[in-house]
Design a protein around this ligand. Structure first.
Ligand SMILES: [Zn+2]
Length: 345
């Protein structure tokens, strides 16, 4: 048995010496010292031996086990050390590689700021899918069947649904307002919520128009929403976003889903109302249409117009960002040009 142990020792040491990787050394450790190793088998069978032999073999086995253990540790350290040896000397004086930090798109930043402003006033943030239907983008919103706005909006209809109607005629939403009825049908009234998102129009692209752009709409529905509370809200939001007092004015505007409707302008912050390229030299920027929710829209949302009223604000997100930074070409925001976008960190 002693001879057998010596063979185990010699072969084991040879294997450890020949090992070339940490995985291999781990395998050798299991084979030489694990539960199923020859050495362990011998140790288990010591009980069958005479007392003297048991002692002798026991001592020798333990000695071999200790030798294996220290040789394996030595080999492991050697392999680890060889892993961390650099093939080439390092020149610590070379300049490092610059890490490019990303940043939020200016429109996302504006959207977040508006969300914060509205959330602080008790509004909820709601979103729906970009694909909507004729029912939600026109029917529910008091657009008559032959209303020219259905063409005016230049909606992208989804192919295959052209001959269908209402809920089954699908489109990329040309505005966000459809989401308001969707929310009201689900949650009922009273309600105060915002619903930011992308909208799509089949338009000619120029410095003021894009085919896909962001809108930001808000709606309050309650029993006693006055027109003046709408104006107070708009001023409060703009002042929270821009951090200064903002002058607003309202002009009459027509949209099927409001009665009465307004175009809401804010004083140009770039020139303080004196006139500049950004405001096309009239001192005011048209930032949002809005108005009192039309009774027919309330009916679409299963609400009684004699009981409920409400106020819409539709914020042109890009316009506000253009105002914030004095940018005069809307296309830059979608250009994915890092020279432009990295200015807004
Ligand atoms: Zn201006």
């Amino acid at each position: 048995m002693k001879e057998k142990l010596e063979v185990i020792r010699a072969e084991g040491l040879k294997k450890i010496e020949m090992a070339t990787s940490l995985e291999e050394i781990e395998e050798i450790r299991r084979a030489l010292m694990g539960k199923k190793s020859e050495l362990n088998e011998i140790l288990k069978s010591l009980g069958n031996l005479s007392i003297d032999l048991r002692k002798e073999i026991g001592i020798l086995s333990t000695e071999i086990k200790n030798v294996f253990s220290s040789k394996i540790t030595e080999k492991e350290e050697e392999l680890l050390a060889s892993l961390s040896v650099f093939e080439h000397p390092i020149d610590l004086t070379l300049p490092g590689k610059k890490v490019l930090n990303g940043s939020l798109h200016p429109i996302t930043q504006m959207c977040d700021d508006l969300n914060d402003a509205f959330l602080s006033l008790g509004f909820e943030v709601f979103s729906e899918d970009d694909i909507s239907s004729e029912k939600f983008v026109f029917d529910n919103l008091n657009f008559a069947k032959d209303h020219p706005a259905r063409q005016m909006m230049d909606t992208y209809w989804l192919s295959g649904t052209e001959n269908k109607q209402a809920n089954e005629r699908l489109c990329l939403r040309p505005h966000l307002t459809g989401a308001s009825v969707r929310y009201l049908l689900k949650h009922g009234a009273p309600a105060r919520f915002v619903y930011p998102g992308r909208v799509y129009r089949n338009e000619d692209v120029d410095s003021g128009h894009e085919r896909a752009f962001f809108q930001y709409e808000a709606l309050i529905v309650d029993k006693n929403v006055s027109f003046s509370s709408g104006i107070v809200l708009i001023k409060a939001i703009l002042e929270k976003v821009f951090g200064c007092e903002i002058k607003v004015r309202m002009r009459e505007g027509f949209f099927p889903f409001v009665e009465p409707g307004y175009e809401i302008d804010m004083e140009c912050l770039v020139c303080k109302g004196k006139g500049c390229k950004v405001c096309k030299h009239n001192g005011w920027i048209e930032v949002m249409p809005g108005g009192v929710i039309h009774p027919n829209v309330l009916k679409s949302a299963n609400l009684n117009p004699d009981e409920w009223t409400g106020f819409y604000i539709n914020i042109g997100l890009e316009r506000l960002v253009m105002m914030r930074y004095g940018v005069d070409d809307i296309r830059l925001f979608h250009s994915a040009d890092l020279r432009f976008l990295s200015q807004f960190k």
